[in-house]
Design a protein around this ligand. Sequence first.
Ligand SMILES: NC(=O)c1ccc[n+]([C@@H]2O[C@H](COP(=O)([O-])OP(=O)(O)OC[C@H]3O[C@@H](n4cnc5c(N)ncnc54)[C@H](O)[C@@H]3O)[C@@H](O)[C@H]2O)c1
Length: 268
Amino acid sequence: MGALDGKVAVVTGAASGIGRATATLLAEKGATVVVADLAAEAGEEAAAQVKGRFMRADVADPAGWEAIVDAAEGEFGGLDLAYLNAGVTTGEADITRLTDAQYRRIMGPNVDGVVFGLRAVVPAMSRRGGGAVVATASLAGLIAFDADPVYTLTKHAVVGLVRALAPQLQARGITVNAVCPGIVDTPLVGDEAKRLLQQAQFPLIAPRQVAEAVLACMTGSVTGEAFVCQAGREPVPYRFPRVPGPRLEGAEGRLPPAGLAGADQVPR
Ligand SMILES: NC(=O)c1ccc[n+]([C@@H]2O[C@H](COP(=O)([O-])OP(=O)(O)OC[C@H]3O[C@@H](n4cnc5c(N)ncnc54)[C@H](O)[C@@H]3O)[C@@H](O)[C@H]2O)c1
């Protein structure tokens, strides 16, 4: 018996790298996997390997999401798990040189793809009585990665969205978490960068290690966390520092009105 027997999963960006490793692991654990990617040939190959279904889709396109959910529900009876993983970098450190095309290209998969993905999969998971969503952020979702500030923007957006959505999705029986890997050995990291990292003896993360963190999120009950994945370490939920609250007279006895501010803003 696999831990995911009978479950239906969608994995975006599953034609390559982390997405492909995760589609493979989820299938090994018994899930039926919908492999979603823009890349047709590699996507078909990945789907054949996991005995799943390939959907050529641009995750930035809401119509693509409708087709993915329709396929999961129509062909496999429902959707339980979603890994919103497709993403790109700009490769541009200098904000004054960033082209409109570079900006639009990255916002598509990295931000629109996660927002439209969540909007599409949550109703489907609710129809199943619950589910689990994991999004790929990055260490650049937690730190300032100055080699690609706009990539940093998109990954911080993913972390913020996941944390803000967790309470409302918990009420529907759906967990939502982000994985935040350091540098992973995939085609996203160019050959020259890999050569320099190897020269510096900087350990790259194996895609399978990130896949295992995704599986742990999907099979656990934790929600609203951003798991840091680093080579040779177990994934750890990042601990955000408390944000200072307002200074109030007699603050001890006063709490912000429910729904207006979270516990982090409670003056102390
Ligand atoms: N490789 C790293 O070092 C690293 C580190 C942290 C986070 N990440 C993130 O991990 C995720 C996966 O990256 P990877 O390293 O496996 O890269 P990859 O290039 O190997 O795979 C990305 C896949 O996403 C697909 N894709 C891109 N745009 C798409 C779109 N609009 N619609 C559908 N599919 C699309 C590509 O065709 C490709 O198959 C990305 O979100 C990336 O930002 C990567």
